[in-house]
Design a binder for this molecule. Structure first.
Ligand code: FAD
Ligand code: NAD
Length: 493
């Protein structure tokens, strides 16, 4: 596209929200829709110019998720779990692997390899779908126009009939505790530690805190998690699951200080002293460790976008304000993903990317916010979809529960991996599924069935009457549904 002919869609940010939106926009070939019916046949045979551009400053596509989030953290979680199993679990399974040790350098290299393969893969998808990939920092010049400071130097101006802001999020800093990514780290530094710390303190018992605590604890660090609230797991977790989760992680060696407030940190040479006190005030304590991880949440990235110049409104938490079609307060500009409302999850950003582009194309696009799964990739995994018990109590909804422990599931028993349970919450009167909460092996894969069931407004009986293969962990899912629909009568428990 030239200055005279703007792109149909310009996406700012190449994370899961932005790159998916760009690919979908190109696939929908928005420009082709407007080609006059009487256009000569030959015109259809010519390759149309790219009508979608994606501006990304990082130097790699995939955003937080692929570069410093979902993917590298899962590489470290998977490999640290294998090491932990080899060291502590193999013998009881009849496997002798003596002198199992960690080569941290090689483990980090394997993680980096996964990241590069996947980010390059997105570049390939851009080429395949004819998305223009513009490497640089974008900022609004005026409504409908973005000026880009190119990574290779110089500046260019890109015009778009539709602009989608997908600039994502960044670590929320802790006032007074400066992140140096060596001794005091964010999740980014925690994925790059060059040696296993002897002691590590994690501020925040949410998703990042627990996943990173698991990685370094498995590799040999003594980890303490300091959490302001009275429970771990972050927003949306069911209280019964959170309690079980904490007791399992404690058995694995992770220590918790709940209801505890961090006051400040002092560097003392090789170590960092963290000053904490009871959340409601009280005795102060000092926790000394080699590494402190700050994991108290993330905040939207909007700085440097020059939003003020085009009148785009941001709320008091820094989120770009949008309506139910992702429109910002500037005509022709939408916003999706971590930069706006809702849970900060890659799959939520992707769904919004698709919906926003479909709305541009046809006026219709939809995300079912009641059916967005959440997964914590510890071992065992924790996963849920829909409402938890407390939320339903607060709403005054009458519900029934169906609970099935993995201890009563033949496959989990056989695998000697049977901690946790599946819990269905169903509407008392109708049996409709309102929420599913799982802590157990493979919970993150299993929850997909729950999302599908809820997407189709299934009842617990619908799931209970669906044949599940034997012997699989999924039978626990079916049995929990059966327990919910029959008032507790599972077959194997
Ligand atoms: P981002 O992925 O943040 O992408 C935004 C992109 O925009 C960035 O690449 C940035 O460089 C670019 N950008 C910003 N401003 C500009 C500009 N002005 N010009 C050009 N480019 C710009 N979510 C999950 O669902 N599952 C997980 O397992 C998971 N694990 C995580 C682990 C960690 C350690 C972290 C930190 C996050 C994790 N998340 C996970 C959250 C997930 O990464 C985010 O929800 C997701 O990346 C949001 O996607 P997004 O496209 O909105 O933004
Ligand atoms: P989070 O919101 O999940 O957890 C932050 C935790 O820190 C909360 O439990 C909060 O109570 C606690 N906290 C806040 N201030 C505190 C203080 N001063 N002292 C002690 N504790 C404090 O945030 P996160 O773990 O940083 O993760 C950020 C985002 O990234 C989340 O939105 C999450 O959805 C996403 N993420 C997702 C995954 C996944 O899907 N598996 C993995 C990692 C990150």
């Amino acid at each position: 596209a030239s200055a005279a002919e703007p792109y149909d869609v310009v996406v700012v940010g190449g994370g899961p929200g932005g790159y998916v939106a760009a690919i979908k926009a190109a696939q929908l070939g928005l420009k082709l829709l407007h080609r006059p019916r009487h256009a000569p046949v030959l015109a259809h045979k010519l390759t149309p110019p790219p009508q979608t551009a994606c501006i990304e400053k990082r130097g790699a596509l995939g955003g937080t998720c692929l570069n410093v989030g979902c993917i590298p953290s899962k590489a470290m979680l998977n490999n640290s779990h294998l090491y932990h199993q080899a060291k502590h679990d193999f013998k009881s399974r009849g496997i002798i692997a003596e002198n199992v040790t960690v080569d941290l350098g090689a483990m980090l290299k394997a993680k980096n390899g996964s990241v590069t393969a996947l980010t390059k893969g997105i570049e390939g998808l851009f080429k395949k779908n004819k998305v223009d990939y513009i490497k640089g920092h974008g900022a609004f010049a005026e409504p409908g126009a973005i000026s880009v400071q190119l990574n290779d130097g110089g500046e260019t101006r890109i015009e778009g009939k539709n602009i989608i802001i997908a600039t994502g999020s960044e670590v929320t800093p802790f006032p007074g505790i400066e992140i140096d990514e060596k001794q005091i780290v964010s999740s980014t530094g925690a994925l790059e530690l060059q040696q296993v710390p002897k002691k590590m303190t994690v501020i925040g018992g949410g998703v990042i805190g627990l996943e990173m605590a698991s990685v370094w604890s498995r590799l040999g660090a003594e980890v303490t998690v300091v959490e302001f609230l009275g429970a771990i797991g972050g927003a949306g977790i069911d209280a019964e699951v959170a309690k079980k989760f904490q007791s399992i992680l404690q058995k694995q060696g992770i220590k918790f200080k709940l209801n505890t407030k961090v006051i400040g940190a002092e560097k003392k040479g090789e170590t960092v002293a963290l000053n904490v006190e009871a959340a409601k005030g009280g005795k102060e304590e000092q926790l000394e460790s080699d590494v402190v991880l700050v994991a108290i949440g993330r905040r939207p990235v909007t700085r440097g976008l020059n939003l003020e110049a085009v009148g785009i409104e941001v709320d008091n938490r820094g989120r770009v304000v949008v309506d139910d079609q992702y429109n910002t307060s500037c005509k022709g500009v939408k916003c999706i993903g971590d930069a706006t409302f809702g849970p900060m999850l890659a799959h939520k950003a992707e769904e919004e990317g698709i919906a926003a582009v479909e709305i541009i194309k046809s006026g219709h696009g939809h995300v079912n916010y009641g059916c967005i799964p959440a997964v914590v990739y510890t071992h065992p995994e924790v996963a849920w979809v829909g409402k938890n018990e407390q939320e339903l109590k607060d709403e005054g909804v009458k519900y029934r529960l169906g609970n099935f422990p993995f201890l009563a599931n033949s496959r989990a028993k056989t695998n000697a991996d049977s901690e946790g349970f599946v819990k269905f919450i169903v509407e008392e009167e109708t049996d409709k599924i309102l929420g599913i909460h799982i802590i157990g092996p493979n919970a993150g894969e299993m929850i997909a069935s729950g999302v599908l069931a809820m997407e189709y407004s299934a009842s617990a009986e619908d799931v209970a009457r669906t044949c599940h293969a034997h012997p699989t962990l999924s039978e626990a899912f079916k049995e929990a549904a059966l327990a919910a629909s029959t008032g507790g009568k599972a077959i194997h428990f």
